[in-house]
Design a protein around this ligand. Structure first.
Ligand code: MTE
Length: 314
């Protein structure tokens, strides 16, 4: 992401991130319990289950035949070492070197706001949602792209469970905020942390939106948003928020980090559209991360058949 050099007007002293005290160390036996669980689940499913970075049992899911396009999958090495995760660094190939201290177990995802059935989900509960593997195109607003296999389940399943009230019109997502484990947050202390994103309720319910817990049949790497992130394949990559701790049903369109930084460059809706240039560069083509080739950008990142109906107005 090309970040904004000018100090925007939300830059008030009260917004500054104060480093927190370092959290107390987690007890190691939790991790060991996670490993034991992984062994059991693996035996039951006949898969080689791996412990997530969190130690939670992760089971690779079968690839869904409807989400297995005839496209070359980007090498794992590339998509796990070329990352946008500003809480760690703005330098893509540094992010994966800075995640060691980031603790992703225990983890609680709070589902709350305007709903009848709020809940606190831990990793084990999240991993109990029936998961599948889907190969999606992923298009960053910076005009590069990749093709990766995510493991996860439709966000709609989680929303249905929460029973949102009729007045809930948007879903807001929030990333964990731990400056003591995330060096980029301290360096970018003027950013309006935590990282937040949002979708309209009908977008959030669309079956393409994933709650992802894995990548390449393995637990989600920390640099890609462990232990759980959102993936919205027809929108620019910044909508696919990493390491979420809160999903909230709200009445009004939520402020998002990137929109707060620059609403003209990173608007809320942000559907991939080759016809609408970014104020500072064209969006007509994108650089394939694997080959380096410039390829045409597709409207809705190629998912128009499924999602265009969400945007038919009038
Ligand atoms: N989520 C958080 N919390 N912080 C970030 O900096 N970057 C976004 C998105 N989600 C970002 C984030 C952007 S700009 C992109 S392109 C994708 O994550 C990159 O995902 P990847 O590193 O898995 O390719």
């Amino acid at each position: 992401m090309s970040h904004v050099s000018r100090r925007p007007d939300w830059n008030l002293p009260g917004r500054r991130v104060t480093p927190f005290a370092v959290h107390s160390r987690r007890r190691e036996f939790l991790r060991q319990m996670g490993f034991a669980g992984a062994g059991l689940v693996s035996a039951l499913h006949g898969f080689g289950a791996e412990p997530a970075p969190s130690g939670a049992p992760f089971v690779p899911a079968r690839r869904h035949p409807d989400f297995n396009p005839k496209l070359d999958i980007t090498p794992e090495k590339l998509s796990t070492t070329y990352n946008n995760y500003y809480e760690f660094s703005t330098t893509k190939d540094r992010v994966h070197r800075l995640v060691d201290k980031f603790r992703v177990d225990p983890w609680t995802l709070r589902v709350e706001g305007l709903c009848d059935n709020p809940s606190n989900l831990d990793l084990r509960e999240l991993l109990q949602f029936p998961a599948e593997e889907r190969v999606y195109r992923f298009r960053c607003v910076e005009a590069w792209s990749m093709v990766v296999p995510w493991t996860g389940f439709p966000l709609a399943r989680l929303i249905e469970k929460a029973k949102p009230k009729p007045e809930a019109k948007f879903v807001k997502f929030t990333t964990v905020m731990r400056p003591e484990e995330m060096p980029g947050m301290v360096r970018l202390s003027d950013y309006p942390w935590p990282y937040t994103e949002g979708l309209r309720m009908d977008e959030a319910m669309h079956p393409l939106v994933l709650v992802a817990t894995g990548l390449y049949g393995k637990p989600m790497p920390k640099q890609n948003g462990a232990p759980v992130r959102i993936v919205v394949p027809w929108k620019y990559g910044y909508k696919s928020i990493k390491s979420i701790v809160r999903i909230e049903f709200v009445k009004d369109q939520p402020a998002t980090l990137w929109e707060s930084l620059s609403a003209t460059e990173y608007p809320f809706e942000s559907n991939v559209d080759p016809g609408v240039p970014h104020p500072r560069w064209s969006q007509a083509t994108e650089r394939d991360l694997a080959t380096g080739d410039r390829i045409p950008t597709l409207k809705y990142n190629g998912y128009g058949d499924q999602v265009a109906k969400l945007y038919r107005r009038g």
